[in-house]
Design a binder for this molecule. Structure first.
Ligand code: PLP
Length: 491
């Protein structure tokens, strides 16, 4: 690029470079299976490859792309690889990609309605669409007292609702009662709730982490919850927030929303549901049952960026009472005042989130919903669940392994059985197996611990995964297991 007269947004250069970039990315997807899924670099590798300071003069796009290939790709873990089975998926799609591209192209900052009316209004409409696909109660739609908003992550979603719930409770019982407020969740609840408690000033000793075990398939026991609430009320504490999960991070446990809803209602607690991963499956009628009871919740969250083909980040949050959020998060400085906001004619999403600035994220969700449609999205989910069932059957056929928890969605929790029931040995064995398979670079899986047992997680959900990838992954696991068990690989 010449360096006389920078033209940072020249339309013709954009056309030329963006075409090159799209070609580069399309080539990446064509060759994605040739990379080790889990990056195999050592910490600090990049410092050795990249200069200490930024260039004084422009470099060519080709040079930068060459560096991406040679220096960046080795340090990338390929989340979009069909051989990626770790954590939960984080889907990319053509539709989601185009939406991101359009959002980057417009590059608006839609904090108030006036800053781009389409950004606010499309977000309301698209979250109403998605809410209807999930058959969420009417009060979560923008036509009622509540509405939907796109947060960056499920962590931000739980933080803003905890804040709203805290302030609502303090308005009722008095602002000095913070130290009495109690939050309820389970030992399977995502750590983002703990972080939200730290930020909102909930006293650590007032976070009731209810124990779960295999007797409830790691879901919250309503009896334990009732007992904990009674005990807390008895000592003068104030139960105010319950977080349930549909599809826990470790094992996709589903908390019983109907029963928990009754308990939170009778104790006037805010009831939040985190369905970050499994919410997507609930667009299929046969999985919607897992949301039964959502009518009793105050807020509901699912990550469209996990298993719903919407490129990161896009976390959909619905609240029953938008004013509760707004009361906690609204500010109204002079420099942002405008006629539409002052007249209360519009929604200003800056008052539903932590930052002021916000991207035009609804575009990508809109693209996904329009370019794919409900039926294709349902097939997409069902196909992954079918592949997970297939993997589960493969595991069940090999007597050296066991499936540890019942598979509900597209995650299989399994492990290599320990010698002579020695659990310490079993934990080491599975830890070693995880290391061995991930070091091959052929697949990437992750782990968890349930009831003290080290367990392997195989989460199907990458957009390019087919049955042949699942079969090949299982072969890698069997091969590495054989090596570990005998020192001699069985081919
Ligand atoms: N909740 C659940 C159930 C999850 O599985 C995860 C992440 O996997 C999260 C919350 C956190 O998601 P985020 O990264 O969007 O904050």
């Amino acid at each position: 690029m010449d360096n006389v007269g920078l033209k940072p947004m020249d339309a013709e250069q954009l056309r030329d470079y963006a075409h090159q970039m799209v070609d580069f990315i399309a080539d990446y997807y064509n060759s994605i299976e040739s990379f080790p899924v889990l990056s195999q670099v050592q910490p600090g590798y990049l410092h050795k490859l990249i200069p200490d300071s930024a260039p004084n003069h422009p470099e060519s796009l080709q040079n930068v792309l060459d560096d991406v290939q040679a220096k960046i790709f080795p340090g990338v873990t390929h989340w979009q690889s069909p051989n990626y089975f770790a954590y939960y998926p984080s889907n990319s799609s053509v539709a989601g990609f185009l939406g991101e591209m359009l959002s980057a192209g417009l590059n608006i900052v839609g904090f108030s309605w006036i800053t781009s009316p389409a950004a606010t209004e499309l977000e309301m409409i698209v979250l109403d669409w998605l809410g209807k696909m999930l058959k969420l109660p009417e009060h979560f739609l923008s036509t009622g007292q509540g509405g939907g908003v796109i947060q960056g992550t499920a962590s931000e979603a739980v933080l803003v609702v905890l804040l709203a719930a805290r302030d609502k409770a303090l308005r009722k019982v008095g602002k000095n009662a913070l130290e009495k407020l109690v939050v309820y969740a389970s030992d399977q609840t995502h750590a983002s709730l703990q972080k939200a408690c730290q930020i909102t000033g909930i006293h650590p000793e007032n976070c009731r982490i209810l124990k779960t075990d295999s007797s409830t398939n790691y879901s919250i026991s309503p009896h334990l919850l009732t007992d904990a609430i009674s005990h807390d009320l008895g000592v003068g504490l104030i139960p105010f927030f319950l977080c349930a999960t549909v599809g826990t991070t470790s094992s996709t446990a589903v908390d019983p929303l109907l029963e928990l809803g009754k308990i939170s209602k009778s104790n006037e607690m805010w009831f939040h549901v985190d369905a970050a991963y499994a919410g997507s499956a609930c667009i299929c009628p046969e999985y919607r049952q897992y949301l039964n009871g959502v009518e009793e919740t105050d807020s509901f969250n699912m990550n469209a960026h996990k298993w719903f083909l919407t490129n990161f980040d896009c976390s959909a949050l619905w609240v029953k009472d938008r004013n509760a959020l707004i009361q906690s998060l609204s500010t109204n400085p002079e420099y942002l005042k405008n006629k539409a906001s002052e007249a209360n004619m519009v929604m200003d999403y800056k008052d539903w989130q932590i930052p002021l600035g916000r991207r035009f994220r609804s575009l990508k969700l809109w693209m996904v919903l329009r370019l794919y449609g409900l039926e294709n999205l349902q097939c997409y989910i069902r196909n992954h669940i079918q592949l997970a069932k297939h993997f589960e059957a493969l595991v069940a056929q090999d007597p050296r392994f066991e499936v540890v928890t019942p598979r509900i969605f597209s995650l299989v929790c399994f492990r290599l059985l320990p010698h002579y029931n020695n659990e310490d040995d079993g934990n080491k064995l599975n830890h070693d197996l995880l290391d061995a398979v991930n070091t091959t670079g052929k697949i990437f899986i992750s782990h968890t611990v349930l009831s003290g047992k080290y367990i392997l997680r195989f989460a199907v959900g990458a957009p390019l995964t087919e049955e042949r990838h699942v079969n090949a992954a299982w072969k890698v696991l069997q091969h590495e297991a054989s090596t570990l068990l005998s020192g001699n690989p069985i081919e």
